[in-house]
Design a protein. Structure first.
Lengths: 419, 414
């Protein structure tokens, strides 16, 4: 049975790789469909809120929007102070409300930073036709290494320490994803399966490292399964706000977006990655090493995810613990970010901003919500699920429609159930 | 399978290169691994080691599990003799490890009661068995199901909701199966009819299940949690086993769902390999075009298989909430759906392969829950075992797990 099954040529008249489908779709759908997808998902979420709690979906949406701090960008006169002021018991002054919105916006952008990076981790692999579902595990590994290097190494000075931590964490992420890449490239093990397994291995290794008496557990609080704080020299500079303000990791994420674009569109490596993504057979025929690109694409993906973990630790968390590992799903959220953003730099920025705002706006601290905050948090997950589901679907509908037209096949509408 | 494809060759390959002999080697390796574990525990070396480190008993246990895994591997790849040998040797290693542990921990209260460990293994394995067998139906028909986790979670929530709402655990099981089936049906619509990417669709289902169950849980039960007096799935008491040494405590008081899980395994084997339905399912999964040509409805088979997979996974979830724990918590499946997926792959998409893999993974979970007696940290590392083994299984240069040929590929009727 170890004989590799004779590669059964798929009924080959349509692009079968994910990357090719997405590319086709993007050409066809432009920017309208992601917007529609988002609106539809939010609309359904609103319906759910209406029918289960009876609260007004519009009020809920408004509260989430205000809670996300995005209203801070709007001139003061337009702002509705009441809804921004959720955390105040008394009627707040305009200045207090604005300060509150500012803090919320900083939190939103902190989440956006991480989401951009985990989204890039998914998107880069996608462009090579690989589904990196292991962003979560690569994020864990990055965060763990960042804690280890950031807290245990000392006396190197900020100029050295910060790049050192970033580099180590990014490399760790790359290695973790690279395992899946190598397995795909050499023995053809499906990257979805391997990255799922690697996610959970990272999860439990992390739980072990931070457990009571574990190697990375804090020296000071022996009864809490949490790590030491990273050294001052390993913290990222906070440039906006005092309490959990926005850190320079935001610019790292922006730089990563630019790098993503440049690597894919302006380098030989990117050309190879995209070629393999569109059609591995054709790429092989053209002299591009498919296995090399599979490996590199996964490793670079992991680089982004590892960076996400590092930035999260160095920018605002400063420590990591078992509870953080159990509750983290920001790596998985990267899947929704990448899919909604159509695997492009600019799209990922906006979808990361959207999900960052949703996460902050539905936070349990947002007392202005007309529904229970925990409900709103789960609503964010439902929106994520719906977005991914719709991306899967509208992709196909559009693709079928275009494809039939182009080949001049007899038009036969797919019996689309529920669409 | 390989015999069909292998071309007749004038020069026979060296014996060690032949696939069957490589599987035998894995089996032998398992036996050797277990033997090393046992040897480490035997008097001269064992006593010496034990005086130096605390948790040395873990070594034969760990090696034993690896040996059992190697054995199962060989067995599922048609090398039963060495395979079962490795399994037996592994079990022996574990037994000796425990014996040594009990010896050195005489001052503690009885650390392990043998039959309770076996019973715990069955309890931990049951959700995995249901979900893995469910996943087998879906994947054998050619639809990847990474949404087992979400379907299981839906089953866990709707199981307890149904039992609470209609005051009987039977209704809990029914609502769980309906919920899981509905979720799976969505997956089927997207991956069969709309020809969406099955991984994307599965990911979406996982998100949705997490969000929907979390949302409804907060909305319906809120801070108080699920009611403590909810009707739970009963244990089956077998009177004639009372007082029978080892077997009695295990099988005399086993939960109904465990019996159901065991019979599901047998039943699914019969359905898949001994009935025309099973032949159709496998044909659709291996070569849908050919199946279509002979008049099998590919869509119908895939829809039914995916829906059944959701129902089975949900039963596993229902066992978790109203059979095992008695309550629900957000994201309570905590990766068990993915362990089930791992068991399915490790067991080579075969009913009994998946069953034994689920048992092995259930055993490692049961062990991880008992190990804190020795060392909490080792217990946490133990949890990685199913995933590591599966990683090796899909990566293995020797006899790696090969999925059904048409898996993950949407079928377009012509």
């Amino acid at each position: 049975m170890s004989v590799t099954p004779a590669a059964q040529p798929p009924p080959q008249q349509e692009p079968t790789t994910l990357a090719a489908r997405f590319a086709l779709y993007q050409r066809a759908g432009g920017v309208i469909t992601p917007l529609l997808t988002t609106l539809l998902a939010l609309f359904i979420a609103g319906l759910v809120v209406r029918f289960t709690t009876g609260a007004s979906p519009l009020d809920t949406g408004r509260a989430i929007l205000d809670g996300s701090g995005l209203t801070w960008l709007i001139p003061e006169s337009v702002m509705d102070i009441r809804s921004v002021a959720g955390t105040y018991d008394d009627w707040p002054s305009e200045a207090e409300a604005r300060l509150n919105a500012e803090i919320n916006l900083q939190q939103t952008l902190i989440f956006t930073t991480t989401l951009i990076l985990t989204g890039l981790a998914v998107a880069f692999a996608f462009r090579c036709g690989l589904f990196n579902i292991g962003g979560q595990g690569q994020f864990f590994v990055g965060a763990i290494v960042a804690v280890a290097v950031g807290a245990e190494v000392s006396g190197v000075g900020r100029v050295l320490h910060v790049p050192l931590v970033l580099l180590c964490a990014a490399l760790a992420g790359a290695v973790w994803a690279g395992i899946a890449g190598i397995l795909r490239a050499t023995v053809g093990a499906h990257e979805v399966i391997t990255t799922i397994m690697l996610n959970w291995i990272a999860y439990w290794i992390g739980s072990y490292l931070f457990s009571l008496g574990g190697p990375l557990q804090s020296d000071r609080s022996r009864q809490v399964p949490i790590s030491n704080d990273v050294q001052e020299s390993a913290k990222l500079h906070v440039f906006w706000g005092d309490f959990q303000g926005l850190h320079v990791g935001f610019f790292i994420a922006i730089a990563a977006l630019v790098a993503f674009y440049l690597i894919l569109n302006r380098t030989t490596l990117g050309y190879g990655v995209r070629a393999v993504g569109y059609n591995p057979e054709a790429a092989r025929y053209g002299g591009i090493s498919v296995s090399r690109n599979y490996f590199l694409a996964m490793a670079i993906s992991g680089l982004f995810a590892g960076l996400a973990g590092a930035v999260d630790i160095m920018g605002w968390q400063y420590r990591y613990g078992q509870i953080d590992i159990q509750q983290s799903d920001i790596g998985f959220a990267g899947i929704a970010v990448a899919l909604l953003g159509r695997n492009t730099s600019i799209g990922i920025f906006f979808s990361a901003l959207l999900f960052g705002a949703l996460l902050t706006g539905s936070n349990t601290r947002n007392l202005a919500l007309p529904i229970e905050p925990e409900l709103a948090g789960n609503m964010t997950l439902i929106v994520q699920g719906l977005v991914v589901l719709f991306v899967a679907a509208d992709l196909v509908i559009l693709y079928l429609w275009r494809f039939r037209k182009r080949l001049g096949l007899p038009r036969r509408e797919p019996k689309a159930v529920g669409s | 399978m390989s015999s069909l494809r292998a071309r007749p060759s004038l020069i026979a390959p060296a014996a060690w290169l032949r696939p069957s002999s490589r599987h035998r080697q894995v089996g032998m390796l398992g036996v050797i691994t277990a033997a090393v574990g046992v040897w480490l525990m035997l008097p001269p070396l064992g006593d010496n080691l034990r005086t130096r480190t605390d948790s040395v008993e873990l070594i034969p246990i760990y090696l034993g599990i690896v040996a059992i895994a190697a054995g199962l591997w060989a067995v599922t790849r048609a090398e039963p003799k060495w395979g079962w040998g490795a399994v037996l040797a592994g079990v022996l290693g574990i037994v000796l490890g425990f014996a040594a542990a009990e010896g050195s921990m005489a001052d503690h209260e009885a650390v392990f009661v043998w039959s309770s460990l076996v019973a715990a293994t069955l309890r931990w394995a049951t959700p995995l068995i249901f979900a893995a067998i469910g996943g087998m139906f879906s994947e054998r028909s050619g639809v990847v199901n990474i949404a087992l986790e979400g379907m299981m979670l839906a089953g866990a929530f709707f199981g307890i909701w149904g039992a609470d709402r209609f005051d009987h655990w039977l209704w809990g099981i029914v609502t769980a199966a309906i919920a899981g089936g509905a979720l799976a049906f969505i997956h089927a619509v997207f991956s069969v009819h709309l020809r969406a990417d099955q991984i994307v669709s599965g990911t979406a289902i996982n998100f949705l299940a997490l969000g929907v169950t979390g949302y409804l849980y907060i909305d319906l039960y809120g801070a108080e949690g699920t009611p403590p007096d909810v009707s739970e799935i009963p244990d089956v008491h077998l009177g004639f086993l009372d007082g029978v040494g080892f077997i009695g405590p295990i099988f005399g008081e086993m939960n109904l769902m465990i019996w159901l899980a065991l019979s599901t395994v047998v039943l699914s084997w019969i359905v898949l390999f001994k009935t025309p339905i099973g032949l159709r399912i496998r044909a659709v999964g291996e070569h849908p075009r050919a199946a279509d040509t002979v008049g099998i409805s590919v869509y119908l088979v895939r829809y039914s298989c995916v829906t059944v997979s959701g129902m089975l996974a949900a039963l596993g979830g229902a066992y978790l909430s109203i059979g095992f724990v008695g309550s629900f918590g957000e994201n309570m499946t905590a990766g068990r759906g993915f362990i089930a997926l791992a068991a399915l792959i490790f067991g080579m998409w075969k009913p009994f392969g998946a069953f034994f893999a689920a048992l092995l993974f259930g055993f490692s979970s049961a062990l991880a829950r008992s190990l804190p007696e020795y060392s909490e940290q080792a217990a946490l590392l133990f949890e990685t075992l199913p995933y590591v083994l599966t990683l090796i299984a899909v990566a293995g240069v020797i006899g790696r797990s090969i999925p059904p040929a048409a898996i993950g590929r949407p079928y377009e009727k012509q």
